[in-house]
Write a protein that binds this ligand. Structure first.
Ligand SMILES: Cc1ncc(COP(=O)(O)O)c(C=O)c1O
Length: 394
């Protein structure tokens, strides 16, 4: 186990433990869904969904990932500084400010608008780099990024004109409702059949469209379906994000396809208070003792990514048991009700508390915290702040 502590917070014992073996396991679970040569581009944007991009990138390359995906040019630069030399697709726009860095670092632009092509042309003329590999993104209904389908002929003309400087390696789109793929996948099917026509206009390039939920829900059905145009049956590439980090990307347990949660958040009791019935806990107060109680203080707050919306709602794990969080979550701390646990055996300062992950037979998932906080697991994972030291299991 190595302790990164590069964030400077190396005294505190509140850690996010990242199991890189599970990153590899989860990548392989996606790879097992599709024929061998299918394009798979695991997403390591947003610091690998809060897990540490350089470490996750190394684990993914080790597991066989040929491509990695980021949102920002800066994220691509971070991977290069960390020593990654493989293909990295940048899904966010290259603009006049970032196109040069994109080309200098040999990152692969996923271009979604004409002004990005202009920025790349200028950067390419200035730097005189070798032929640039590009992907085009198309808008098939999400209305976020992407060329419109009717722009295909113009883009093809551009490619012919610029053939010396640019090579199109892939076309893609992004699903906005990947887990609508039950029996009637109305949004995703519409997007994919629109995309199939676009893909048919670019017969020799990689086509990719499926995020984690799309991958587990649609891939198989699409390959078997007789209603899907032949052009769409060309193996559709995957771009799994959240599933790589072990969050269930689908609507039921089958969608787990062997995925395992990667991040655990662990800390410990730093203070104990014996309070009388009627005493209050934390700001507000939003919790009042209904009996004489033992209150434990946990050094982890909303500035660490434990959301204030969890106040009086979440559980933590101690001694393999669920314990109630009580009172309002503070910036650096929250409190838990240790009355019953302490009655069994007195609780001591320093005892381990698990906020996310497994302990004994119990488990707290990012999904559970997200539901309690009224958000999505993506926000829980990316929200674990840089104050929390990451520890890596390899
Ligand atoms: C373009 C693109 N592809 C793939 C993904 C991965 O999605 P998910 O994390 O739902 O698998 C994202 C994430 O939002 C994305 O923006």
């Amino acid at each position: 186990m190595t302790n990164r502590a590069s964030n400077g917070f190396h005294y505190r014992r509140s850690v996010a433990e990242i199991d890189l073996r599970r990153i590899e396991n989860n990548y392989r679970a996606f790879a097992a869904l599709v024929p061998e040569a299918t394009f798979i581009c695991p997403m390591v944007k947003a610091n690998a969904y809060g897990h540490g991009d350089n470490e996750v990138a190394k684990a993914l390359r080790h597991a066989g990932a040929k491509y990695l995906g980021v949102a920002l040019v800066e994220e691509g630069e971070t991977l290069r500084r960390g020593g990654d030399r493989g293909p990295v697709l940048v899904f966010g726009p290259a603009d006049m400010g970032s196109a040069e860095a994109m080309l200098r670092e040999n990152l692969t632009p996923v271009v979604s608008a004409w002004d990005q092509l202009e920025a790349l042309e200028i950067a390419h003329a200035e730097l005189g780099t070798s032929r640039v590999s590009l992907h085009f993104e198309f808008n098939t209904g999400m209305n976020r990024l992407g060329f419109e389908p009717h722009e295909v002929p113009k883009l093809k003309e551009w490619l012919v004109k610029m053939a010396k400087a640019y090579r199109l390696d892939g076309v893609c789109t992004h699903l906005f409702s990947g887990n609508d793929a039950g029996e009637a996948s109305k949004y995703s099917d519409a997007q994919l059949s629109c995309f199939a026509e676009i893909a048919a206009s670019f017969p020799d390039v990689i086509v990719h469209a499926l995020n984690s939920s799309g991958s587990v829900n649609i891939w198989k059905r699409l390959q078997d379906s007789k209603n899907v145009p032949a052009s769409a049956r060309k193996p559709l590439g995957l771009r799994p994000g959240i599933g790589i980090y072990g969050v269930n990307p689908g609507n039921d347990e089958n969608a787990m396809i062997g995925l395992k949660p990667v991040m655990s958040v662990k800390t410990h009791i730093i203070s104990l208070h014996r309070i009388a019935k009627g005493d209050n806990v934390s700001y507000g107060p939003s919790w009042t003792a209904e009996r004489d109680s033992v209150v434990g203080t946990v050094p982890f707050g909303y500035a660490d990514g434990y959301r204030r919306a969890l106040s009086n709602k979440a559980d933590v794990l101690m001694r393999g048991r669920r314990i109630k969080q009580i009172g309002t979550v503070c910036m650096d701390y929250f409190m838990i009700d240790l009355t019953d646990l302490d009655a069994e055996k007195p609780v001591k300062s320093g005892e381990e508390v698990v906020l996310l992950g497994e302990q004994g037979r119990e488990q707290i998932t990012a999904d559970e915290l997200a539901q309690l906080a009224g958000t999505i697991p993506y926000e829980i994972l990316t929200g674990i702040s840089d104050r929390v030291t990451k520890t890596y299991l390899k």
